[in-house]
Design a protein around this ligand. Structure first.
Ligand code: PGA
Length: 253
């Protein structure tokens, strides 16, 4: 049985004060949840304060990006050991906003994953097709390219420490969710790719989150799918009530 994992991707939102208000409500509201891994991914500037507020709770800390070098003349960047230093356990890598706005490539995503693993962080690796790619029946080609590109040179052991998030770009922040059947089809395909490349065990163990307009209204039907192991949540993770509801609803499925 794979444990479900719900991660809140706060994107570029919330000051330290706002972040603390949110996590204080989350630690209270979610304190009895045991069967779901819960992660919040604030902006870099709030990591330290959020860590202090969730320390000792069942909520874990994640970051939204990193740079692959450990230190040096890379103005504006943050390294994996620096994230470890703030008590991050997870890091989102290759989010479609990074791929689109900041032109991140598969090769860069791959370097970031290796740097995260080396520092003992668990990467949440995002993959997903754009609308025109889906409409041109290229979804599976794009997913294959993202998965193979991201995981190039990794071992089956590494795979035990990686989470993949399937996020169709057309569903992110649009209110237009993939149907449970559409998501399940791609999740099963991703699991198959991992099985073929890294063996049956790695495929079976891999946790695959769905992301893209996940809300308390659609989480139950998504997480009821056999290959959906939780969600990466943007908008609905910014409010305590909706995130708490989301986590609780996925805990019973
Ligand atoms: P959304 O974002 O839930 O607001 O669609 C998801 C994501 O980008 O990870």
């Amino acid at each position: 049985m794979r444990k479900k994992i719900i991660a809140g991707n706060w994107k570029m939102n919330k000051t330290i004060t706002e972040a603390l208000d949110l996590v204080r409500a989350l630690t209270l509201g979610l304190k009895d949840v045991k069967d779901v891994d819960i992660v919040v991914c604030p902006v870099f500037t709030a990591l330290h304060s959020v860590h202090q507020a969730i320390d000792g709770s069942n909520i874990m800390l994640g970051a939204q990006n990193l740079f692959w070098e450990e230190k040096g003349a890379f103005t504006g960047e943050i390294s994996a050991p620096m994230l470890k230093d703030t008590h991050c356990e997870y890091v989102i890598i290759g989010h479609s906003e990074r791929r689109t706005i900041f032109k991140e490539t598969n090769e860069q995503v791959n370097r970031k994953i290796k740097a995260a693993l080396k520092a003992g962080l668990l990467p949440i690796v995002c993959v997903g097709e754009r609308l025109e790619e889906r409409e041109n029946n290229r979804t599976f080609d794009v997913i294959k390219d993202h998965v193979h590109g991201a995981l190039e040179g990794l071992s089956a052991d590494n795979l035990a420490n990686i989470i993949i998030a399937y996020e169709p770009v057309w569903a992110i922040g649009t209110g237009r969710t993939a149907t449970p059947a559409q998501a399940q089809e791609v999740h099963a395909f991703i699991r198959g790719l991992i099985r073929d490349a890294f063996g049956a065990d790695a495929g079976q163990r891999l946790r695959i989150q769905y992301g893209g307009s996940v809300t308390p209204e659609n989480i139950a039907s998504l997480s009821a799918q056999p290959d959906i192991d939780g969600a990466l949540v943007g908008g609905a993770s910014l409010k305590a009530e909706s995130f708490i509801q989301l986590v609780k609803l996925s805990s019973s499925t």
